[in-house]
Ligand binder design. Structure first.
Ligand code: NDP
Length: 447
């Protein structure tokens, strides 16, 4: 390895890149990582983490309202966006520091520059310096996709949402996926008038249909407006500063802010990959084998840039497996079966394994158990909001999927996902005594 400046050069210090770099270094490799923005990547700096903090902040709107039924006098409640925004950004700074420290503690050299790949073992930095590495790992993540309609430059993406000077009075969110539904919930709880427009007539494809319908109904009840089969025609900035949005199949809409949440594209542009013969997929993703190796032997890729499953814990596993395989003498692949996931909407929705329709298509005969209940806290609060839990089993009663919608559902699902991953049966759930009174007990009491 002495012929190269580094054993490993990672481009991108997000979840996947940081894990791969620090584990490779712990295995004894000489590692450098280039990051053009901030160490931590999307999840820590402008994604999952600050988003979850906003979700917590937003949910107080309901909690404060419900508190009255529990005897609390809640007077003169006001919300100050700037306080929350600045506290969240402060915590992002703290985490950015922790991630940097982790790399430094493992003697990973951090290079705060953009890097491009100029040879199978060569990287060129923005300042013109060229370095060589036995292996190059691309972990550059993904960026928001913005549809190219006239006036799209007037819109923002989730990147900017964390830095808004003030909350908009009216927002239009384009897209019906994770980010659209999560931010619709956040803004709606803060009192912004929210309209979601989506090109298809479905939200959150991939989740169980019945739960998606329930989330849609609850979201409408909470005041979020939905327009389906609506594609952008254009966005016009009016003299008043407001934005006039025209779309297919619906009337024009005037709002103060437009946010695009229409998917995320792998960050491969301008990295020099095509010139080296690195094969790219349809959306620009790097095609990799099960060990995350690209079509060029010395170049690997992990995380969102590979467009396998765009989730932080998956990127982390890919980074870990990559480092263990190449530097830990322990060939490891990632198991993509039974990856649980959650949408942090109000209330949240989550799932692991097959949905009812997937199971019907793949397995034929299945058994579906459901619990449709009003959480105790909602009953006392007078909140007419029902939770929906579903368990999907094969003919032998093995649990092949669990899908939950309701307060704290992702907290509950993480534990239940272990059971699904382990291949447990409905009888195993039934044999477990309930913890009463909880919402989670529904999982062992299903009919
Ligand atoms: P999603 O893939 O979840 O949803 C994209 C939405 O945008 C869909 O409704 C899709 O419509 C629509 N869309 C896609 N392309 C276009 C287009 N050209 N014009 C108009 N509409 C379009 O993407 P997000 O941006 O919400 O999130 C990106 C990814 O990030 C997610 O897939 C997820 O993996 C990850 N993420 C995970 C979170 C979590 O774990 N809680 C939170 C946030 C993001 P259609 O359905 O018709 O295709």
């Amino acid at each position: 390895m002495a012929d190269y400046d580094y054993d490993l050069f990672t481009i991108g210090a997000g979840s996947g890149g940081v894990r791969a770099s620090r584990v490779a270094a712990a295995h004894g490799a000489k590692v450098a990582v280039a990051e053009e923005h901030r160490v931590g990547g999307t999840c820590v700096i402008r994604g999952c983490v600050p988003k979850k903090m906003l979700v917590y902040g937003a949910h107080f709107a309901e909690d404060l309202q419900d508190a009255r039924a529990f005897g609390w006098t809640v007077e003169n409640c006001t919300f100050d966006w700037k306080v929350l925004r600045d506290n969240v950004l402060k915590d992002v700074d703290r985490l950015n520091g922790l991630y940097t420290q982790t790399l430094e503690n493992h003697k990973v050299e951090i290079i705060h520059q953009r890097a491009t790949v100029t040879g199978p073992n060569e990287v060129t930095l923005a300042d013109g310096r060229k370095v060589t590495a036995k292996y190059i790992l691309i972990a550059t993540g993904a960026r928001p996709h913005v549809p190219g309609c006239p006036g799209h430059e007037h819109g923002i993406t989730s990147n900017e949402a964390f830095h808004l000077d003030a909350l908009p009075k009216r927002i239009l969110i384009a897209g019906g996926g994770y980010i659209a539904n999560e931010f619709a919930g956040i803004f709606n709880e803060f009192g912004t008038s929210v309209t979601i427009i989506n090109r298809s007539d479905q939200l959150l494809r991939g989740y169980d249909e019945q739960l998606r319908d329930r989330l849609l109904q609850i979201s409408i009840t909470k005041g979020i407006d939905f327009r389906f089969k609506a594609e952008f025609r254009g966005i016009e900035k009016l003299e008043s500063g407001a934005l006039k949005v025209s779309m297919t199949n619906h009337d024009d809409l005037e709002v103060d802010c437009v946010m695009f949440a229409t998917g995320r594209l792998p960050n491969t542009e301008g990295l020099g990959l095509e010139a080296l013969g690195v094969e790219l997929g349809e959306r620009g993703s790097i095609k990799v084998d099960r060990f995350s190796k690209s079509s060029v032997d010395s170049i690997y890729a992990v995380g969102d840039v590979t467009d396998r499953i765009q989730l932080t814990p998956v990127a982390i596993r890919e980074g870990q497996a990559f480092a263990d395989t190449l530097f830990g003498n322990k060939p490891t692949t990632v198991d993509y079966n039974h990856v649980p996931s959650a949408v942090f909407s109000h209330p949240p929705m989550c799932g692991v394994g097959m949905t009812e329709s997937q199971a019907r298509n793949e397995l034929g005969a299945i058994r579906v158990y459901t619990s449709d209940f009003r959480p105790m806290k909602n009953v006392l609060a007078g909140r007419n909001e029902r939770s929906l839990y579903k368990m999907i089993c094969d003919e032998a009663d093995k649990v092949v999927g669990i899908h939950l919608l309701g307060p704290d559902a992702p907290e509950i699902l993480q534990a239940a996902a272990v059971a699904v991953k382990a291949g447990l049966t409905k009888a195993d759930f039934d044999a477990t005594v309930a913890i009463h009174p909880t919402m989670a007990e529904e999982l062992v009491l299903m009919r």
